[in-house]
Write a protein that binds this ligand. Structure first.
Ligand SMILES: NC(=O)C1=CN([C@@H]2O[C@H](COP(=O)(O)OP(=O)(O)OC[C@H]3O[C@@H](n4cnc5c(N)ncnc54)[C@H](O)[C@@H]3O)[C@@H](O)[C@H]2O)C=CC1
Ligand SMILES: CC(=O)C(=O)O
Ligand SMILES: [Mg+2]
Length: 377
């Protein structure tokens, strides 16, 4: 198969979808790998490193898209890329369709095959290609939150861990999945007073078992969220309905109940955000203020720590990329249901139900393309 890796063009997106080590694995299996020049630079990989692993370097994004059967990317395609995606081309990347209607329409029009990292799903319901970036973003959420709580950055001016004789900051984490757990670990390690909220009681039981004493669990409900608002310093939004739009757990009217300088970090912004007033921001201009509350809503948080993120992401994506390259997308998805669940749009059909629901499209089962292979197993 011919694999193309374009350079990411989203603001401050320094990750790359394939490392020189991954290139070597694909090339030694007989595949052709084309890397857009300087695509790996932000993550510390030079064109020469890729060439040494057997890749060929292409001069621009147009030639990279034009050449490839499979495009491997990190972030969702942005407008300049829509026209470059070809009919029948396999695009393997994050899409977050439920948050981007224009992208959804453009990919339907392209008649490409959109296999989304964020909905590849294991039998235990875990999301193996989202987990590594959720680990990064969860950890970063506290680092960023602590920074924006500083007074010169318009925060309340409270130190997360406090000092002897002075209480630590209160951190409320909405969603106790991968982002929430990693955020809680970091906040607890810094000495904050942490509360994790979730609707899954089993998950809260587990977290109660494994978390240190300065982390409490609390059932997520509008009533319980409101009860805490006037006391918290930092709120981390970390809920997920896989593939779907995030529910608004913090609504606009709730901002009035918070203290001035409270910081909101809505990590779930890539699925539309769980804080009603959150709109996607960039690393260049990450925050804005509404009602004296600081909003941090960067949709590609891991892009700022590419040395860690590229390795963490590609450790997870490479085994799936190899299956796609070896077998083609139809056979690879027939053989591995985890990958089939990543299919979101196929040749103009929306095949992922939460994406179809988000915009009122018909949901076409992916069996139209894959057949009912699992019934026979
Ligand atoms: N902004 C960024 O750069 C990044 C964003 N993310 C996003 O972070 C979000 C969270 O991802 P993960 O932690 O991996 O998901 P996850 O599936 O591990 O956890 C989500 C949790 O939300 C809980 N939940 C669902 N409804 C809830 C409600 N009403 N109240 C409280 N909890 C509720 C679920 O029970 C689950 O425990 C996703 O939207 C993901 O795409 C992930 C990585 C980077
Ligand atoms: C998951 C995601 O949105 C990211 O890694 O940028
Ligand atoms: Mg929203």
């Amino acid at each position: 198969m011919i694999i193309g890796v374009p350079k990411e063009i989203k603001n401050n997106e320094n990750r790359v979808a394939l490392t020189p080590a991954g290139t070597q694995e694909l090339v030694k299996r007989g595949h052709e790998v084309y890397i857009q020049t300087t695509a790996g630079e932000g993550s510390g990989f030079l064109d020469d490193d890729y060439v040494a692993s057997g890749a060929q370097i292409l001069p621009d994004i147009q030639s990279t898209y034009a050449k490839a059967d499979m495009i491997m990317k990190v972030k969702e395609p942005i407008e300049e890329e829509y026209e470059l995606i070809k009919e029948d081309q396999l695009v393997f990347t994050y899409f977050h369709f439920a948050a981007y209607e224009d992208l959804t329409k453009a990919m339907i029009k392209s008649k490409s095959i959109c296999l989304a990292y964020e909905t590849v799903e294991r039998p235990d319901k875990s999301l193996p290609l989202l987990v590594p970036m959720s680990e990064v973003a969860g950890r970063m959420a506290i680092q960023e939150g602590a920074k924006y709580l500083e007074k010169p950055l318009q925060g309340r001016g409270i130190l997360l861990g406090g000092v002897p004789g002075v209480r630590p900051a209160k951190v409320m984490i909405l969603g106790g999945g991968v982002v929430g757990t990693n955020a809680a670990k970091m906040a607890a390690g810094m000495g904050a007073d942490v509360t994790i909220m979730d609707v899954n009681l089993q998950r809260l039981r587990y977290l109660d078992d494994v978390m240190p004493a300065n982390v409490n669990t609390f059932m997520s409900s509008e009533y319980n969220i409101r009860e805490m608002l006037h006391r918290v310093d930092l709120i981390v939004g970390a809920v997920l309905i896989p593939g779907g739009k995030a529910p608004h757990l913090v609504t606009r009217d709730m901002l009035k109940e918070m203290r001035p300088g409270t910081v909101l970090v809505d990590v779930a912004v890539d699925q539309g955000g769980c804080i009603e007033t959150c709109k996607p921001t960039t690393h260049q201009d990450p925050t804005y203020i509404i009602d004296d509350v600081v909003h941090y809503c960067v949709a590609n948080m891991p892009g700022a720590v590419p040395y860690t993120s590229t390795l963490a992401l590609t450790n997870a994506t490479l085994p799936y990329a190899i299956q796609l390259a070896e077998k083609g997308w139809v056979k690879a998805c027939q053989d591995n249901r985890e990958l089939a669940l990543g299919l979101n749009i196929i040749k103009g059909d929306v095949v992922y139900d939460a994406v179809a629901d988000a915009y009122g499209y018909d949901h076409v089962p992916f069996e139209k393309y894959l057949g009912n292979v699992w019934d026979k197993i």
